[in-house]
Design a protein around this ligand. Structure first.
Ligand SMILES: *Cc1c(COP(=O)(O)O)cnc(C)c1O
Length: 387
């Protein structure tokens, strides 16, 4: 029951000897997901129905929220959150260092993204930088729990309260994470999750919005499904962003596995950190104070001078040892072609440097102890043989 295996038994060549490659991302499914999907297929009811509703209820509890609305992607979740809370022309402050959708959906909702630099240690939105970007038109902030590590929740929430701003939390990489002792989904106003295959849990494509505001939840639900209050009565200009029961069936199984998967991610991260922390030119991830990092990604920051090589060379050297890596993200948002004119490198020094120096190592739950030891050994070897 592991159709991915053959495709992923990739071989990397090192001096003629083939070694098994350790992929950075890999969907980990077992008979439980297969059976759940089969049941939906056999029922003949494929669209969003009872299974999606059950998934929403279970996710609500897991996230510590009051309401959850399932949608067909994390991007759809962000778009609906902005549509529900904002008016065209409103300004939304977003981190300059994150996945593009956080800002792109602000534009799609008719609003204006205003980029702010991130904290060099947590790589998340820097509250002081937010403060500097406030204008009379600022209506919301959109912090992202990047890599699964929490943004500065307390400082950002207090800032938003002082200035009367809405908060749309980007929790695409923080499915199941708990911040400050509570479920991550309980924070006002809206928390947006993703179930894309590289996240902490997956439904293939999918997303969720959580909120503790019943009126807001109703509005989000309407927007996600044609603004249809009752059959063929459309009271809001809506969309079709519904999940399917097929995807929800996978999601329910994945949600049950999530606590164990997160434990594995944290344990894997601990092993990686113990192995590579303190090496010259390498900074290991650090969560904010009182934080509970979900380690959706294990992203280290390189210092090319101390390391004696640039990121490209580091990645190629690891690949030669069979360790696949990835860059999240190679461009700060202000450098993206779609965001030309939103600022320059000088405005975002931290984000600009991170984009040049970050690299993610494999940390997913399915890694074995020998896999982890190989990753650590590979990094140590590369660092020790540097010029
Ligand atoms: C994955 C991701 C998204 C988008 O989610 P999709 O489900 O792929 O649409 C948005 N923001 C961040 C930070 C992400 O990691």
């Amino acid at each position: 029951m592991q159709p991915q295996v053959s495709a992923l038994e990739l071989r990397a060549k090192t001096g003629g000897a083939a070694i098994r490659k350790i992929p950075i991302a890999r969907v980990e499914l077992d008979a439980r997901e297969f059976a759940a999907v089969r049941k939906v297929l056999e029922s003949g009811r494929l669209r969003a129905g009872r299974v999606t509703q059950a998934f929403e209820n279970e996710f609500t509890r897991a996230a510590g929220a009051r309401h959850a609305v399932a949608v067909n992607s994390g991007t759809s979740a962000l778009f609906l959150a902005y549509r529900a809370l904002l008016e065209p022309g409103d300004e939304v402050i977003v981190p300059d260092f994150t996945f593009a959708a956080t800002a792109a959906m602000v534009v799609a909702a008719g609003c204006k993204p205003v980029f702010a630099d991130v904290d060099p240690e947590t790589c998340t939105l820097d509250p002081h930088e937010v403060e500097r970007r406030l204008t009379r038109r600022t209506r919301a902030i959109a912090p992202v729990h990047l890599f699964g590590g929490p943004a500065d929740v307390a400082a950002l929430a207090s800032l938003a309260r002082r200035h009367g701003l809405r908060i749309i939390w980007g929790a695409a990489q923080a499915d199941g994470a708990e911040f400050g002792g509570g479920g991550g989904g309980a924070f006002p106003d809206i928390v947006c999750y993703s179930f894309y295959p590289t996240k902490n849990m997956t439904t293939g494509e999918g997303g969720m919005l959580t909120t503790s505001d019943a009126k807001l939840a109703r509005k989000l639900r309407l927007l996600s499904s044609h603004g249809e209050a009752s059959r063929y009565s459309h009271i809001l200009l809506g969309y079709n962003f519904r999940l399917t029961d097929i995807a929800a069936a996978i999601g329910r199984v994945q949600l049950r596995k999530l606590p164990a998967a997160l434990r594995r991610r944290r344990e894997n991260a601990r092993i990686l950190t113990r192995g590579v922390a303190g090496l010259p030119g390498i900074t290991t991830p650090r969560a904010g104070s009182g934080a509970n990092h979900a380690y959706c990604l294990y992203t280290i920051v390189l210092e090319p001078k101390a390391l004696g090589m640039n990121r490209d060379q580091f990645q190629r050297a690891l690949l030669r040892q069979g360790v696949e890596t990835a860059v999240h993200y190679p461009l700060p948002l202000h450098r993206q072609p779609i965001f030309r004119g939103y600022g320059s490198d000088r405005d975002f020094p931290v984000s600009t440097r991170l984009a040049e120096c970050v690299v993610s190592l494999p940390v997913r739950p399915g890694l074995t102890r020998p896999d982890l030891e190989r990753i650590v050994q590979a990094v140590r070897e590369i660092v020790s043989t540097r010029k």
